[in-house]
Design a protein around this ligand. Structure first.
Ligand code: AYL
Length: 534
């Protein structure tokens, strides 16, 4: 049974991402578009439009054109949106690289994406340079400048003519983030201009925009699709100001909310945990906040309530108080498919949405709940694998037809690998995950990727990785089951040290168990369920 969204459809403008997202900027002149949350350095809306034009012109002047992939390896700064929209306006495709990646991980992505240029910052050069060498990428831009590379200033002062590439929003890609999806190694997720335009347009009716303008805190990284669509593009499309922070530090985060009168925070569960528990929270004036939305990993209902109650009880709290909201989606969904609405914007007559739910399917989004064993629709009130169809569904995985077919069926349904239930009012709750993916602090950890790195160690004959829930933090910890190679006496500490060097911190193996044999099916598939119930 196809479950339609309870919201009326929205119009999705048939234009490239920068035209849509920066439409409001053209009339906003000196109003701040981007503010550095630490230094206060600001880019106005008018400047943003001008800088994007120059950046795009400079890319064409250096020989890049439609469809070329530009990798961006940078923390959040006020310049990141200039770089992204400049790349998009040039008709190129921005592939965002996780700031914590090791040279091996960066090289994999550069090579797989076929990147022609890497844009980075000087503190990242010690990892960027070896990765470029490995992947055979030679063109480099270092935003804050470095010996032998062009800087942002060089690009923004180009005299090259403005460009207007012929972009077909429905088919031309604008970004290529990496996700392992339901199984296997990280893959390039092909997202079109239309996917990203749609996702911002689709969430708009569920937001009651502040009359005085919205100010969004951008502490989650722009290199993740959550940061790119929900923080950067949504915030700019609203004509708001996006306040950037380079990394999460609770005190800086609270101070930035206070000093910049932030109205909206979009975060992941670990930040809500800090807001519920940490004594620092009481020392700041957070009364400007209208909502805090959690996404990217399951949010406990009691944690959501605890944060809401605590913030509403603070001195100076607004009359209506802050609402803790929740969104759900995947990189493959640009990323939003479900969210809880602002008060008053839900389907007519609905009471407040219960805290544990991820809310409604957003406009234009159809869902099915399917029993993964039989392929039949789940009975009313029963859980099933969530399938999603809508204009935000990716075009497919780059150079990987098999993975695309396994995830996106012939009728356009994206099989999420998440298990959900829906109530009679159309509110969804995510209850389980049937895919391999591990989530650590909202970041993806792909077991197959870790297994490949583990098996490459001469002391390890075979490996299987699963996530195990840590009761204290609520996080899933990557755990490796390992078979030692004959004659090897490799220890848990040696395994951990080896992995820490090869992979980003969120992918570290946190628990090791040595076993005789990895349980596998006749076809050689790891029987993860068996490992889970051991
Ligand atoms: P990826 N509850 C439970 N699991 C979730 C939730 C949630 N609210 N959100 C994401 N996940 C899990 O590609 C789920 O297993 O995108 C899903 O398949 O890094 C996987 O994370 C996708 O991970 C927002 C804010 C969507 C964030 C996002 C998700 C971006 C994460 C809508 O409003």
């Amino acid at each position: 049974m196809v479950l339609a969204s309870r919201f009326p459809d929205v119009e999705i403008p048939d234009v490239p991402v920068p035209s849509y997202v920066l439409a409001a900027s053209r009339g906003l002149g000196d109003a701040p578009a981007l503010v550095d949350g630490l230094s206060g350095e600001t880019i106005t809306h008018a400047q943003l439009v001008g800088y994007v034009d120059r950046f795009a012109a400079a890319l064409h002047a250096r020989g890049l054109g439609k469809g070329d992939v530009v990798a961006v390896f940078s923390p959040n700064t006020i310049w990141f949106p200039v770089v992204f929209h400049g790349i998009a306006a040039a008709g190129c495709v921005m592939s965002p690289v996780n700031s914590l990646y090791t040279p091996d991980e960066i090289a994999f992505q550069l090579r797989d994406a076929g990147a022609k240029l890497l844009v980075t910052v000087s503190p990242f050069l010690d990892r960027a340079r070896p990765a470029m060498e490995k992947a055979g990428v030679t063109d480099l831009v270092v935003l804050d400048g470095a010996e032998g590379a062009d800087s942002l200033r060089d690009l923004l002062t180009t005299q090259a003519p403005s460009v207007s590439p012929d972009i077909d929003p429905a088919t031309d890609l604008v970004t290529l983030p990496y996700s392992s999806g339901t199984t296997g190694l990280p893959k390039g997720v092909m997202l079109t201009h239309r996917n990203l335009v749609a996702n911002v347009a689709q969430t708009r009716p569920l937001i009651d925009l502040a009359p005085g303008g919205e100010r969004i805190i951008a502490v989650l990284p722009f290199f993740h699709i959550y940061g790119l669509t929900v923080l950067m593009n949504q915030g700019l499309q609203w004509g708001g100001a996006v306040i950037t922070l380079p990394r999460f530090d609770l005190e800086q985060f609270l101070r930035a909310i206070q000093d910049h009168r932030v109205t909206r925070a979009f975060v992941a569960p670990p930040i809500l945990l800090a807001l519920a528990k940490h004594p620092l929270v009481e020392q700041f004036d957070l009364s400007s906040l209208r909502s805090i939305t959690s996404g990217a990993a399951p949010l406990d209902e009691s944690l959501a309530l605890a944060v809401e109650q605590r913030l509403r009880g603070l001195a100076g709290a607004g009359e209506d108080g802050v609402t803790v909201a929740q969104g759900y989606g995947m990189t493959e969904l640009s990323p939003v498919s479900h969210t809880t609405p602002d008060r008053g914007t839900g389907p007519a007559g609905d009471p407040d949405v219960p805290k544990g739910t991820v809310g409604y399917a957003i406009p234009g989004t159809e869902c099915r709940l399917v029993d993964p064993a039989t392929g039949e629709d789940a009975a009313a009130g029963q859980s099933g694998e969530l399938w999603v169809r809508g204009p935000q569904v990716m075009a497919g995985y780059l150079n990987n037809e098999q993975a695309t077919r396994d995830t996106l069926d012939g009728e356009g349904w994206l099989h999420t690998g998440d298990v959900a239930v829906v109530d009679d009012l159309g509110r969804y709750t995510v209850v389980d995950r049937v895919k391999e993916l591990i989530k650590y602090k909202g970041y993806q950890v792909a077991p197959a990727e870790l297994e490949a790195v583990l098996i490459a160690h001469p002391g390890i004959a075979d490996a299987a990785v699963i996530g195990v829930k840590d009761e204290e933090s609520g996080e899933e910890l990557p755990k490796a089951f390992l078979v030692r190679a004959p004659g090897s006496a490799i220890t848990e500490d040696e395994v951990k040290a080896y992995m820490a060097e090869k992979v980003a911190p969120h992918k570290k193996i946190r628990i090791v168990e040595f076993i005789e044999q990895v349980p596998k099916s006749a076809a050689g598939k790891i029987l993860r369920k068996e490992l889970r119930t051991r």
